[in-house]
Design a protein around this ligand. Structure first.
Ligand code: GLN
Length: 304
């Protein structure tokens, strides 16, 4: 399959679709991003690469990083992770507080903000230097050492992250946060600030399409069974209260971020990343979702 021609075709057709979205400006630093950028990249498990547009331009990956931290925690603490977070779709916005009160501080899943904050707390207990260790994990699975935090974005979110502080305080009141709140939130805000390109995101997610093994280094990150579970979680929880719609329309496990990025995995075949900064009302990339829907429909490559 020669994807580049298809990328061009779909992109030019989507030019005429009016994008009602806005960039995610509740994090002030993200408001400066040029909203008209667009990139897509596909990498096959065998190492073939296809790109279009701003595929090599780095952007703020935001919640996509929740997959990296979850995988790192899951590879270390195994089943007891499910005593700290659930594994059910939330059906509420990514930063909602409502469910935490009913479930006594246990988040519905590790991909909403509350769940990712708990995972940061686990990593704060498990790792000697969490921020360095998380970054070096990402370097290993991507094969690129220059990926870094953007401290301006992390600080911008820290200054305005009232909801995230509300979540962590509520969970601390139920004893589901073990470390100092500021230490945990420093890790959380930093992981959200990581910048990567579509090309790098494709490489970093490739082990999830390859039974847990990084194809270009041979390193086993997760067992095949745990890899299947991470993909299942992305399928059911990767797009917050739009996970059903993404499954319905695109049909691949994936994860989005408010920087406008989406990564999706076709097990045993490929990873695909798309970036378009304007977001729909659920905080997912408007054009990114449309693009992936067109792509999987035209290539009949939904997993269903
Ligand atoms: N850093 C963002 C937040 O905590 C991440 C949200 C997202 O990408 N959905 O609100």
């Amino acid at each position: 399959m020669h994807y580049e021609t298809l990328f061009q075709e779909i992109h030019s057709e989507l030019q005429s679709v009016e994008d009602p979205g806005q960039v995610g400006d509740y994090i002030p630093e993200l408001a400066h991003v040029n909203p008209d950028q667009f990139g897509v990249h596909l990498t096959t498990v065998g190492g073939e690469e296809f790109a279009f547009g701003d595929a090599e331009k780095r952007f703020s990956i935001q919640s996509i990083a929740k997959v990296f931290t979850f995988v790192l925690a899951y590879s270390r603490i195994k089943s007891s992770i499910w005593e700290r977070t659930g594994l059910e779709p939330a059906g509420t916005p990514f930063n909602s507080l409502v469910q935490l009160e009913y479930d006594r501080g246990i988040p519905r899943n590790p991909f909403i903000n509350a769940g990712a904050i708990v995972i940061c707390d686990i990593l704060a207990s498990e790792l000697a230097s969490p921020k360095e260790n998380i970054l070096s994990f990402i370097h290993r699975i991507t094969g690129t050492d220059s990926i870094d935090y953007n401290s301006k974005v992390a600080l911008s979110e820290k200054k305005t992250g009232y909801r995230n502080y509300a979540l962590v305080n509520l969970m601390k009141s139920f004893a589901n946060i073990k470390n100092d709140i500021d230490r945990v939130m420093d890790i959380y805000f930093h992981i959200c600030s990581i910048e990567m390109s579509c090309k790098e995101l494709c490489r970093s997610f490739l082990f999830l399409a390859n039974n847990g093994i990084v194809p270009f280094s041979g390193e086993q990150i997760l067992t095949a069974s745990r890899t299947k579970r991470v993909n299942a979680l992305m399928q059911t929880c990767g797009f917050y209260d739009e996970a059903g719609e993404f499954t319905f329309k695109v049909g691949l496990p994936g994860k989005s971020g408010v920087g406008g990025g989406i990564v999706a995995v076709h097990p045993e075949k490929y990873t695909i990343a798309v970036w378009s900064p304007r977001l729909n009302k659920k905080g997912n990339s408007f054009k990114g979702m449309l693009f992936l829907e067109e792509l999987t429909s035209r290539t009949s490559s939904s997993i269903f």
